[in-house]
Design a protein around this ligand. Structure first.
Ligand code: HEC
Length: 194
């Protein structure tokens, strides 16, 4: 392109930027004001969003705090529900607890691993002898039923039963199963109960 042609071009475009490289020149066409404003608004919004939702120490809006908050809420709801349920459970006599425990033992398929009479099988230990792997107090037995022994193959039941129900089961085992003479009992495991 000759120098003359360039001059003509300059006359046609009065918004030519001053820089020129190898005869190529840039026009100055700024974006319309409304797009520029929109752009600035989105930048502003993103800053607000970042600070508000990713959190800064103390605003508790970040995901970890939100999560902790919902868990705490859920737990307090559960505690209220549990209390309401417990209040509905009447104090039972030993005979009634044993009766309930027997029903729960069947309902929860404990016999799958401990046999229908608690005699034990290839999976679970005998619950009718007075030898215990995990201790023989009501608390010990309730703990095993509630928390299970997952690594040993015993299911935890605390999310499937009320604490009262676990107590009925423990009393049924300790006060009705122990000392009974089921057929085909499994050999004792653990320590003899003092
Ligand atoms: C999937 C098999 C399985 C089921 C179902 C199961 N158990 Fe167990 N249970 C075991 C095993 C295995 C152990 C031995 C745990 C250990 O070695 O500490 C055990 C241990 C126990 C013990 C402690 C025994 C001891 O000697 O310390 C009690 C009590 C018990 N189970 C009660 C129950 C009750 C009640 C249920 C039903 C609500 C039940 N189990 C359901 C497998 C099972």
């Amino acid at each position: 392109m000759s120098q003359d042609n360039n001059k003509d071009a300059n006359e046609n475009f009065d918004n030519i930027e001053s820089h020129e490289y190898d005869g190529i020149r840039e026009q100055n066409n700024p974006a319309p004001l409304w797009i520029t404003l929109l752009f600035l608004v989105t930048i502003g919004f993103s800053l607000f969003y970042l600070i508000h939702y990713f959190g800064y120490p103390g605003n508790e809006r970040d995901q970890a705090s939100e999560y902790a908050k919902s868990v705490a809420e859920w737990e307090s709801q559960q505690a209220v529900l549990k209390e309401a349920n417990q209040a509905d459970m009447p104090e039972l006599s030993m005979a009634q607890m044993i009766e309930k425990g027997k029903g729960l033992y069947e309902k929860n398929a404990c016999m799958a691993c401990h046999g229908s009479g608690g005699e034990g099988n290839s999976i679970g230990p005998n619950l009718t002898d007075n030898y215990w792997i995990n201790g023989c107090s009501v608390e010990n037995v309730m703990d095993v039923i509630a928390n299970g022994r997952p690594t040993k193959g015993m299911t935890p039941y605390k999310n499937m039963m009320q604490e009262e129900e676990i107590k009925y089961l423990a009393n049924y085992i300790l006060n009705s199963m122990v000392g009974s003479s089921p057929v085909n009992p499994k050999d004792p495991q653990g320590e003899a109960c003092e």
